[in-house]
Design a protein around this ligand. Structure first.
Ligand code: SF4
Length: 203
């Protein structure tokens, strides 16, 4: 088992999938390593690849607004992505790329042990509950191991769509009470699903 500094070193040096060949910077994630609230997006985009930081483009600005609406800053939460390197032309990450990058996300979950895990968009939601649609699942908390998982739309999808925008704003407004109730309920260490279960995500 390795610590968070070693995790970041490994991400920056990683060549486990072909996204390493086209990235400018790997983007491990950033924020509080003891955060109660962790957010997982899909993958770095142009600005994130350029700066080596998650959610720094227009969608990131919107995410900061959403956090501010519940009196939080980026420093209060931990923000990362399913894949740590940018897919070319911002295409969707491939299942094989998500699988190659999975150990890093699993280790982040083990170390941070968030109370509430917000999945941003369909890919990060599908890691935990494959086969369900984000439009039906969003805004409904559910347990996953010892964490309260809470799916919402991706900020990029909601950025220019007034209907989705108000939906994601409403969904974020519930987060403080979810963190409070998850904190009251949570006990014991985070368990990472076994390999067999993980592999079935992409059947
Ligand atoms: Fe490694 Fe993940 Fe980057 Fe692929 S996306 S090269 S698995 S860090």
């Amino acid at each position: 088992m390795y610590d968070f500094d070693e995790l970041e070193r490994r991400v920056h040096a990683c060549t486990a999938c072909t996204l390493s060949e086209t990235r400018t910077n790997a983007v491990p994630g950033e924020g509080s390593r003891t955060a109660d609230l962790m957010l997982i997006g899909e993958g770095p985009g142009f600005y994130e690849d350029r700066d080596g930081r998650p959610f720094v483009g227009p969608a990131g600005k919107f995410l900061e607004e959403l956090l501010a609406s519940i009196s939080l800053t980026r420093e209060d939460v931990y923000i990362t992505n399913m894949v740590k390197c940018r897919p070319p032309n911002n295409r969707d990450p491939l299942p094989s790329e998500i699988e190659a990058c999975r150990p890093f996300l699993d280790r982040q979950l083990e170390i941070i042990e968030p109370k509430v895990l917000v999945t941003l968009g369909r890919h990060s939601f599908a890691k935990f509950f494959p086969g369900e649609t984000i439009s039906r699942a969003r805004g409904k908390e559910r347990p996953w191991n010892n964490i309260m998982l809470y799916p919402v739309y991706h900020p990029a999808a909601a950025l220019h769509n007034p209907k989705l925008r108000s939906t994601i704003e409403d969904d974020f407004s519930r987060l403080p009470s979810l963190v409070e109730s998850a904190t009251a309920r949570q006990a014991g260490p985070v368990e990472v699903p076994d390999e067999t279960k993980q592999l079935s995500l992409f059947d």
